[in-house]
Design a protein around this ligand. Structure first.
Ligand code: DX5
Ligand code: ZN
Length: 235
């Protein structure tokens, strides 16, 4: 089945490692990005936090704009914000390739949760970007039953969103399996939080095929080596 919008991800025959720039050394971001891409990372994961949906602040559209000018690698923007609709256009204009937003952020305005999620998915598609929907650890898989068919990928948080460097939550495995069971083969299942070679392999066996990793890659003395290790563990 052909997806209606632009899907920046290669076909699901290959697992993807997406380094999270939340943990990059910002004083030498260009150098580290070049290293992890050369090591085989296929996507850059960009965490957007508004200090409200999660208790932390991170980056805004100007950072994505600079990244866009630096690299042609796909930029997947993870919106951890209370009002995702407000930020779709600014990040699209800045050069994001895909946007993912949290189901928990939907339904606070005039529309119900599912109606707002559908509206956001359409808005992202209208801008010709890939689209993903994201679930916090406590949110059940069934919460996205009515929209799962409409997205390119589902992101299962394997830590409480807001901070890098937390421990992987092994109890998210059944949720991954449940979601994978509901997804088409052309849709991807992404995991984010506490991912290293060991936890990535566990998630791979549960059906995940995009692996976001921040701390394990960028806090290591050799980010390229860890990128290769995770890739080898999941391919
Ligand atoms: C957490 C972010 C993650 C974070 C993952 O809220 O969504 O992308 O960077 O970091 P690690 O891999 O360190 O858990
Ligand atoms: Zn993230």
């Amino acid at each position: 089945m052909t997806l209606p919008g632009k899907n920046p991800f290669p076909l699901p025959s290959e697992s993807i490692v997406a380094p999270s720039l939340l943990s990059v050394d910002f004083a030498r971001a260009g150098e580290q990005i070049t290293e992890v891409l050369a090591a085989g990372a296929q996507i850059l994961h960009v965490d957007i936090m508004d200090g409200h949906f999660v208790p932390n602040l991170s980056m805004g559209p100007p950072v994505v704009d600079k990244l866009r000018k630096f690299t042609s690698a796909p930029l997947d923007v993870h919106l951890m914000v209370t009002d995702p609709g407000f930020f779709i256009e600014p990040f699209a204009k800045a050069g994001a390739d895909s946007l993912n937003f949290h189901i928990e952020a939907c339904g606070n305005g005039d529309l119900g949760q599912i109606d707002e999620a559908k509206q956001l998915i359409q808005k992202i598609r209208d801008l010709d970007l890939g689209v993903g929907i994201t679930l916090k650890p406590k949110t059940p898989a069934t919460s996205i039953d009515e929209v799962i068919d409409l997205v390119d990928f589902v992101l299962v948080m394997t830590v409480e969103p807001g901070f890098g460097g937390q421990s992987f939550m092994g109890d998210m495995i059944p949720k991954m399996q449940e979601l994978r069971g509901k997804m088409r083969s052309d849709q991807r299942l992404e995991v984010d939080g506490g991912i290293n070679a060991e936890t990535a392999k566990i998630c791979r066996n549960a059906g995940a095929d995009i692996f976001v990793a921040g701390n394990s890659i960028f806090a290591a003395p050799d980010p390229a080596a860890v990128t290769k290790e995770i890739l080898a563990a999941v391919n």
